[in-house]
Write a protein that binds this ligand. Structure first.
Ligand code: GLC
Length: 546
């Protein structure tokens, strides 16, 4: 099938987590003016686009993924004028801007939910959400047995305006994130309008939060399985009634028409924790979204067979629908790959690391992370980077529990530590207050002292630093057109993977012994070769073949 082409099909897209990127006013929470002032870093690094996690008005029950108003900016982060200035400055620097859209649920502070709470059962106000009567004679049992992704039941019971216990509402995430009822045409119309609001302001696309969750199986059938954080459906199990229902696709076909009515290529990116690859490919059929995150890749173990299998499967599945493949190793919901890859158990998605847990091997993790990144950036398709990974930033694994902000920690009854460890404000300058995050020492999550050694100013111009390794990789990727090349496997053994793409030969050594590099000119490597010029364990090299 013909493959789509556009800026996005080969783009490297950098995720900015606004709370933690750069703080202009010193309150310890990053903001839009802070981002705008630091866009030069991203142009210098050589990415094509930025994706901003939510900055909309929100009580911040889930770090902004609880949106109270889809058409404004939270004063914590700035104003609409600041958003406009950010978009303009990004454009001036040649960067595209993608914003986050959260359609599965609103905040409980959204005017719609406030109206629903005071309205009667059966009212149009309640019909915007998923309200049900409880079970049992007094309605005290939740309507079904669904669990929240963050732990605990997925239903909360209201107290009706007259003071009596009343109906229950569904929240697949936090209590403060009521699920919208996407069978209601009013919801569909509202989100088409929200899309236009941001498209009119000049954004280049949307990352669609929980894209696999909007439609629930009509009978809300019981599902006795506990929810893992952000779990989708697994290939070998029946599809859960709350995820990846066929009805979601109609919604994205409608959205696509709106995007296509604008000039330039504006894109939709699905965040859908869905397996297998063929199932996720359905979100990127020609008349739906443009991209979907490849979480199967993120979760794959660091072995040659596992990496070979996931890369091959991913390319086949997206080729079949004519969409570009995407690649991602880190984001704001998972343990940073520089730490994840240093854990003794490989693959999967551990939910946070605490002081008392087995600690990752930091050196091994970083070494593998750099090898993985060079492997990823040599693959055809589009790649996502998460802020700070270009510094080799590890997970903060010793955060004091009392500093934790992720609702997972409380809702799981302190059994799951959650995602704070990857969200710690990033270090720019080793010797500045808050390591240059902001003008003061304030930081909404504490930064560990080892942040100094990862600071950008310690790495700029330092040959072999993680930052310079990323920058070189991004330059070469662009110069050689790796993002629009075609992958050809040369070897897929148990110890090494070797492939060709756009005139380069790429080798990753997963084995225990050093191996000779492919013939040709060595252009880049994730770590130095050994004294005999061989490629050591956990190293990727890029060679221009002769
Ligand atoms: C997405 C976000 C995550 C958020 C959840 C609920 O998975 O990436 O951070 O907690 O949706 O909105």
């Amino acid at each position: 099938m013909g493959v789509a082409h556009g800026w996005w099909t080969e783009a490297v897209i950098y995720q900015i987590y606004p709370r933690s990127f750069a703080d202009s006013d010193g309150d310890g929470i990053g903001d839009l003016p802070g981002i705008t002032a630091r866009l030069g870093h991203l142009a210098e690094l050589g990415v094509d686009a930025v994706w901003l996690s939510p900055f909309y008005p929100s009580p911040q029950a889930d770090a902004g993924y609880d949106v109270a108003d889809y058409r404004d900016v939270d004063p914590l982060f700035g104003s609409l004028a600041d958003a406009d200035a950010l978009i303009a400055e990004a454009r001036a620097k040649g960067l595209k801007v993608i914003v986050d859209l959260v359609p599965n649920h609103t905040s409980s502070a959204h005017r719609w939910f406030r109206a629903a709470v005071t309205a009667a059962p059966g009212s149009p106000e309640r019909a915007r959400y998923v309200f049900r009567d409880g079970l049992g004679p007094d309605g005290a049992t939740p309507p079904n047995d669904w669990q929240s992704v963050f732990g605990g039941p997925a239903w909360t019971r209201l107290v009706e305006p007259d003071g009596r216990p009343g109906q229950w509402y569904l929240h697949l995430f936090d209590t403060a994130q009521p699920d919208l009822n996407w069978d209601n045409p009013e919801i569909r119309a509202e989100f088409l309008d929200v899309l236009r609001f941001w498209l009119d302001r000049g954004v280049d696309g949307f990352r669609v939060d929980v894209a696999h969750g909007l439609i629930k199986q009509a009978d809300l059938a019981n599902w006795e399985e506990p929810q893992e954080i952000l779990s989708g459906n697994e290939a070998d199990k029946p599809r859960p009634p709350m995820w990846d229902q066929d009805g979601v696709h109609e919604i994205y076909r409608d959205w696509r028409q709106v995007l296509d009515s604008y000039d330039g290529a504006r894109i939709l990116v699905a965040e859908a924790w869905v397996e297998p690859a063929e199932r996720i490919a359905r979100y990127v059929r020609p008349d739906e979204m443009h991209q979907a995150f490849n979480f199967e890749y993120l979760l794959a173990a660091w072995t040659a067979p596992a990496q070979y299998a996931v890369i091959t499967r991913s390319l086949e599945a997206t080729d079949a629908v004519g969409a570009p493949t995407t690649w991602v190793l880190s984001n704001h919901d998972v343990i940073r790959h520089a730490s994840r890859m240093g854990l003794s158990a490989q693959g999967g998605r551990p939910n946070g690391i605490g002081i008392g847990d087995p600690q990752p091997d930091a050196a091994l993790g970083l070494r593998r992370a750099r090898a993985a990144t060079l492997l990823m950036l040599a693959l055809p398709g589009s790649a996502y980077l998460f802020q700070g990974e270009e510094l080799g930033l590890p997970e903060h694994t010793t955060l004091p529990d009392e500093a934790r902000q992720d609702p997972t920690w409380e809702r799981s009854g302190h059994t799951q530590r959650g995602r704070d460890g990857c969200r710690v404000p990033i270090p720019w300058e080793a010797d500045a207050p808050s390591y240059g995050f902001g003008p003061t020492d304030a930081s909404w999550l504490p930064q560990p002292p080892l942040w100094a050694e990862y600071a950008l100013d310690r790495q700029q111009g330092v040959a072999g630093s993680t930052y310079e390794t990323y920058r070189t990789a991004l330059r070469l990727r662009r110069e050689h057109g790796l993002g629009r090349g075609t992958l050809e496997w040369l070897s897929s053994g148990d110890e090494t993977l070797i492939f060709r793409n756009a005139g380069l030969t790429v080798l990753t050594n997963f084995g225990t012994a050093a191996v000779p590099p492919p013939a040709g000119e060595l252009l880049h490597s994730s770590a130095p070769l050994d004294a005999d010029g061989r490629v050591p364990t956990d190293v990727t090299v890029w060679v221009r073949h002769s």
